[in-house]
Write a new protein. Structure first.
Length: 279
């Protein structure tokens, strides 16, 4: 019998996960299906019970269920526990185990393009712009990866303070301060929704005075090249697009479910075309 995977969320119509995972199933010649399952908030408990009964093999979780799903799980991976959010559930012999592959997906995606960032990590300075769910995932994955200084700048500084880990050195900054200190950072990661379609002219901070050979990254993938990245490119930065994280978090989830390693690089261009076509 084939495997049954899916993604739960609300709304779920525009999710790119079925497209990505069906490619992975084909690439690995694994017999199975992956479906988008729309679950409004109040129906979460009932639908999860149904999924358990029919023996789903694994599923992804997107907005608004990433936190709420935790109470239905039997086990939680330590990284997901730190993040307080789950995006992947592995179902094994009736036991549900929660993981978060968003941050690790980001790291893998960055590593595939710029492996040099991962050399001499303890001397690299990283700045995260934003302190929401996405920032949280990336922040803890960077710590897990061995980065020693990760600063966070957010519009609401109090929210950034809540994210702060005592494991490493983290300064909490106002956005304006961050903008004035960009020359301190080797890697700058934009995690807010600013610049996302339809607000394509917005950017969270201006880009001036970058450190030489620094990397500027934006997790927004619609559009692929945000105003923030366009300006970073003009300022001479090496840039990293957001759709890589989307592919690699999916690859990580697929590996957890099937034990099969997939290399999503071959999907980078087709996904770019799909995004440019308005998916
Ligand atoms: P996600 O889970 O996608 O990260 P979120 O948890 O709603 O989404 O977090 C959104 C992030 O974008 C927050 O850091 C938010 O800043 P606040 O904490 O101050 O709300 C940031 N954000 C959203 N709109 C913004 C804007 N116009 N300018 C600056 N930051 C913005």
């Amino acid at each position: 019998m084939g495997c049954f995977f899916g993604v739960i969320g609300h709304p779920i119509r525009h999710s790119l996960s079925p497209w990505i995972h069906e490619h992975f199933l084909n690439m690995t010649k694994k017999n199975g299906i992956y479906r988008a399952i729309d679950i409004p908030g109040q129906e979460l408990s009932r639908t999860l019970e149904t999924l358990k009964k029919i023996g789903i093999d694994g599923f992804n979780i997107t907005v608004p269920h990433k936190e709420n799903v935790i109470k239905y799980l039997d086990e939680l991976d330590p990284l997901a526990e730190k993040m307080g959010a789950v995006n992947t559930v592995v179902c094994q012999n009736g036991k549900w185990i929660g993981y978060n592959t968003d941050g690790k997906g980001y790291i893998r995606s960055l590593n595939s393009q710029y492996p040099d960032v991962f050399e001499d990590k303890t001397n690299k300075n990283v700045l995260i712009l934003g302190a929401g769910g996405a920032a949280r995932g990336i922040y803890f994955a960077l710590i897990d990866e061995g980065f020693a200084r990760v600063d966070v700048a957010n519009r609401t500084m109090e929210r950034a303070r809540q994210l702060q880990s005592d494991q490493i050195s983290t300064q909490i900054l106002a956005l304006q301060d961050a903008q004035e200190r960009l020359d301190e950072y080797d890697l700058i990661i934009q995690t807010t929704k600013t610049g996302m379609h339809p607000n394509v002219d917005e950017q969270v901070i201006g880009i001036t005075g970058l450190k030489e050979s620094s990397i500027v990254s934006d997790i927004v993938y619609n559009p692929i090249e945000t105003a923030f990245l366009q300006n970073a490119k003009r300022a001479g930065a090496r840039i990293h697009y957001g759709h890589g994280m989307l592919l690699y978090q999916a690859a990580f989830a697929f590996e957890l479910w099937t034990g099969i390693h997939v290399d999503p690089e071959s999907l980078m261009d087709p996904l770019e075309d799909k995004l440019k076509g308005g998916f």
